[in-house]
Design a protein around this ligand. Structure first.
Ligand code: HEC
Ligand code: HEC
Length: 288
């Protein structure tokens, strides 16, 4: 207030097309922006509604986990039906999930609280910082999110049924039972088995089971390729441990061989992925 007033023109904004056309954005808002505040569903429990409030509102989980239309708006008809973010697939959290063992409330709780679920895998890539930030929430709030998300999965298998299914899937895909003949199998034995083989020696950190991991069962190989090329340098929590990346030591065609072997071996009931090498090249360059 001690300064003399000056006359100044507001600088031109530097927004890129189409964001510089404000009337267009008003049109977008009219089409897609929802100004309604959260309305609890009276037919559901209080904890379910708390979870819905956190997931739909503050958590903005659907920003990554819902597909978008050509104009970049979330498709409400496919809410949490799976989307893409930062070069990663954010898997479907509904009954469209490709996870070989259906997600239960308890496993959702474990995943969101600790960054890993024994029947599914770990939170890596853009999901790792989400889990880190969820650390600020109380156990009760995480439980509420798990209750809400759990209600999207129709198969409510109990803990022991899940355990039995996990043992069956892991047994069926154990690599020690087969002669490692193909090139992809040799790459796996040399680069991955030491840390990922079921029943191997205990190591520091987690030992995610490849046969149970959603990423091996997905319709697209993107997350698996991301993890192989870049490793996991920033675990969601300290106990998960690190995974080395292989982008310096493997060529695109070696990664593609390995990825197609992993799909055959660990998700034998799913169709083979196509154009893997192109995807490896694209993900190595960091372009989508
Ligand atoms: C920035 C994008 C992003 C946001 C925001 C996000 N996620 Fe994720 N989520 C991902 C990605 C990517 C994966 C795959 C991670 C992996 O496989 O390591 C994932 C994985 C998951 C999985 C495991 C799915 C599976 O089948 O393996 C669950 C459960 C999940 N997210 C729940 C949530 C919840 C709940 C929220 C909101 C609190 C949320 N996510 C917000 C990107 C995101
Ligand atoms: C030095 C041990 C080590 C080696 C070698 C290793 N991994 Fe991992 N891997 C880990 C650990 C630890 C995690 C979990 C890390 C975390 O979440 O912080 C992990 C996670 C994963 C995941 C789950 C990622 C997700 O987002 O759900 C996949 C898939 C995977 N590894 C595949 C491979 C493949 C394929 C190879 C061989 C090219 C390999 N790993 C080699 C230790 C290793």
């Amino acid at each position: 207030m001690a300064q003399a007033p000056v006359r100044a023109t507001t600088p031109e904004h530097e927004l890129k097309f189409p964001f510089n056309l404000r009337p267009l954005l008003a049109g977008w808002n009219a089409l897609f922006h929802d100004t309604k505040s959260f309305q609890p569903d009276p037919t559901k429990s209080e904890i379910w509604n708390r979870g819905a409030y956190l997931v739909e509102g503050l958590g903005h989980c659907s920003a990554c986990h819902s597909p978008r239309n050509a104009l970049g708006a979330e498709l409400q008809s496919a809410y949490l039906g799976g989307g893409f973010a930062e070069g990663w697939e954010a898997p479907a959290l509904t009954s469209l999930s490709k996870a070989p063992i259906p997600w239960s409330e308890d496993e959702l709780y474990a995943y969101l609280r600790t960054g890993q679920s024994r029947f599914h895998g770990v939170a890596a890539g853009p999901m790792a910082p989400v889990v880190k930030e969820l650390a600020a929430l109380s156990d009760q709030d995480i439980r509420a999110m798990a209750v809400y998300l759990g209600s999207f999965n129709d198969a409510a298998t109990d803990g022991s049924a899940q355990e039995a299914l996990a043992v069956k899937l892991e047994h069926a895909t154990a690599t020690s039972a087969v002669v490692p003949a193909s090139f992809g199998a040799r790459l796996y034995q040399g680069a991955c088995a030491v840390c990922h083989e079921v029943g191997g020696p205990p190591l520091f950190g987690s030992r995610p089971s490849l046969s149970l991991n959603s990423n091996l069962h997905s319709a697209v190989p993107d997350n698996l390729i991301q993890v192989i090329l870049h490793g996991i340098r920033e675990p969601a929590t300290g106990d998960l441990g690190y995974m080395p990346g292989f982008k310096e030591s493997m060529t695109d065609s070696q990664v593609a061989e390995l990825v197609s072997y992993l799909r055959r071996q660990f998700a034998p009931d799913k169709p083979a992925w196509t154009s893997i090498e192109t995807a490896v090249g694209r993900i190595r360059q960091g372009t989508r």
